[in-house]
Ligand binder design. Sequence first.
Ligand code: AMP
Ligand code: GLY
Length: 426
Amino acid sequence: MRILLLGSGGRENALAWKMAQSSILDALFIAPGNAGTKQYGTNVALNPTDFEAVKSFVLDEKIDMVVVGPEDPLVLGIHDFFLADEALAKIAVIGPQKEAAQLEGSKDFAKQFMAKHNIPTAKYATFTKDTLEQGYAFLEGMNAPYVLKADGLAAGKGVLILDNLKEAKAELKSMLSDAKFGEASSRVVIEQFLSGIECSVFVLTDGDSYKILPEAKDYKRIGEGDTGLNTGGMGAISPVPFADAAFMDKVKNQIIIPTVKGLKADQIPYKGFIFFGLINVKGEPYVIEYNCRMGDPETEVVMPRLRSDLLDLFEGVATNTLSERDVQFDERFAATVMMVSGGYPESYEKGKQVYGLHTVQDSLVFHAGTKADGPAVITSGGRVLAVTSYGRNLAAALDKSYQAIENVEFDKAYYRKDIGFDVVER
Ligand code: AMP
Ligand code: GLY
């Protein structure tokens, strides 16, 4: 198969690494990719949301399948664009069409879907500029903390959790009336605060059947002990100790099956990954959010734990034969630690040379924000490298990643030294 993978982060590096091991891969292109993906295929200077440019490349290179890493092209309708074009319609796209991508692209759509299909999630109501007063009244009827969510995509910043009513009202007004998050906050979901521990569950589906992939837990805050600003994710572990068989059984029966069946019942086709952002409240799973793609940095531990041929699974998705495919996991534990540019997630410098990558022997280095400059690797983003290791337990996997990181350097590099702190026994 000739594959075009869209995206440029650590997730795409991990997907490229995994697909490069497939016995049915003939050629792999990554657009735009990074200095890490280059090891597994050919980087192409293409913008994943420039559908016409993607089309020309796909036709010129006789691509058989497009694998979409990030959400933007999906929410903008890249899969629909392919289906609507005579020359592209037969080319497989891994990633849902626009309607289903609203599970991530619109919090209100996701909440309505969950309510309709009885999927456990926080109680909620949705407001617009015209119903601001009702929004205030709704907040008055709730207890702190207050959870406000911009309906649309807001680069991971659209969720506010506020401790007092006055602040919550002020933020609601700023989101609805002053377009705090632009068009994304023209609708705001207010929901009940759930207290528990989060984890991420991933499913690959062809729209009829599904396969559950290894679960993971990511660490979103910049500071140790889960403090400070939210980031794209500072590290991840898999498996997740509290996601035991009893919990995963509930996840499957109360969340995964109703989601896949609900999509089918609503005649919403879905081919690709479903990311369930879950919270465990006293042993009961609730959906915090859906994403229509894999997580980053979760992919950097999920792909290493997948033994099966990923392209074989993707072929199953494309041809509606996923149920016939076999999914096997690596029983080892995996942990990834993200090295970021100093200052991230606020302002940071780019263009720093990365040293010491050749010293890493026993871990996997997935590039997140790098570019190649001749033989040199240069930083080009906030999140720079995800260093993944296997271990007989989580502590061993983490120790190995931390050892590997000792010899990898770039100016003002930062990483959290406590990934896994809440679930690993030391
Ligand atoms: P989201 O973008 O919906 O995943 O929200 C971002 C983060 O906000 C989540 O990862 C949670 O940590 C937190 N969060 C969102 N919704 C809730 C909720 N209803 N109760 C508690 N925390 C929440
Ligand atoms: N790590 C969370 C996400 O990818 O959305």
